[in-house]
Design a protein. Structure first.
Length: 251
């Protein structure tokens, strides 16, 4: 499995899809600053500091950018096996196609966390460039923790979409559209219990993110239910891999 993961990272050096992901993960913090600047004075946040910037970046990333970017990169990793016609080579080496898919998804999970780190440091740079007050250690640590955890949770949220829409060549782009809608519609869910169940928002519940400013609701979701949601998504992903790719397994 480690060799498969290493191989995926080696392949990424030759692909431009990761660069697209990095460019995409640059926008959440920039969008946060831009929104603050163009909003009418009555709607602007009076004390727009690093904590606020981190919160805005997490919200924008989770509901708009990360679902699309993670599905795009993850789907592309799987799609390369179809596009490059390398599946036939699996029958000459001791590896099953489901095992290959697991390796690709684990690699994508690592990439999602790395993109979370990248987003965090971009947010710091944007904040300093725009002249925000130097953050204290608490704000820095909280921003780092939330950015990292929400990246992994969002990746888990779109895992079933990646697997289901990548069963045939080039169909993963449909998954990108589904993931976009998946994130977009999450903005309109105000019920705390449903937020704990809805995959995209359950990640926000896990990091104890205050959605009041973004969804006009102060209800606190259930941490336990959100963890169960993540576990169910992992189980569903596993079942989809077994059902969709076991026929390609090398025995």
């Amino acid at each position: 499995m480690i060799r498969i993961i290493k191989a995926e990272f080696i392949k990424l050096k030759r692909l431009h899809i990761l660069l697209i992901g990095m460019i995409g993960m640059t926008f959440p913090s920039i969008l946060s600053i831009f929104t603050q600047k163009v909003t009418i004075p009555e709607k602007q946040i009076g004390n727009f500091d690093f904590t606020t910037l981190f919160n805005h970046t997490v919200w924008n990333s989770t509901t708009i950018f990360m679902p699309v970017i993670f599905t795009l990169i993850g789907g592309s990793l799987i799609n390369r096996e179809y596009k490059d016609d390398t599946l036939k080579n699996l029958f000459t080496i001791p590896i099953s196609f489901p095992r290959l898919i697991y390796g690709k998804l684990i690699a994508m999970g690592i990439i999602s966390i790395l993109l979370g780190y990248y987003s965090y440091f971009i947010t710091l740079i944007v904040g300093f460039i725009t002249g925000l007050t130097v953050p204290d250690l608490t704000a820095l640590l909280k921003g780092f923790e939330q950015t990292t955890v929400i990246s992994l949770c969002t990746f888990i949220s779109v895992l079933p979409i990646i697997v289901f829409t990548s069963r045939k060549q080039d169909t993963f782009m449909g998954g990108v559209i589904v993931s976009f809608l998946f994130g977009y519609f999450s903005m309109f869910i105000k019920n705390a219990t449903i937020r704990s169940i809805y995959p995209i928002l359950s990640g926000l519940t896990i990091i104890r993110f205050d959605t009041n400013q973004y969804m006009n609701t102060s209800g606190t979701g259930s941490f336990a239910i959100s963890l169960i949601t993540m576990a169910i998504l992992l189980l569903l992903t596993n079942l989809l891999i077994i059902m969709s790719y076991s026929g390609n397994a090398h025995t």
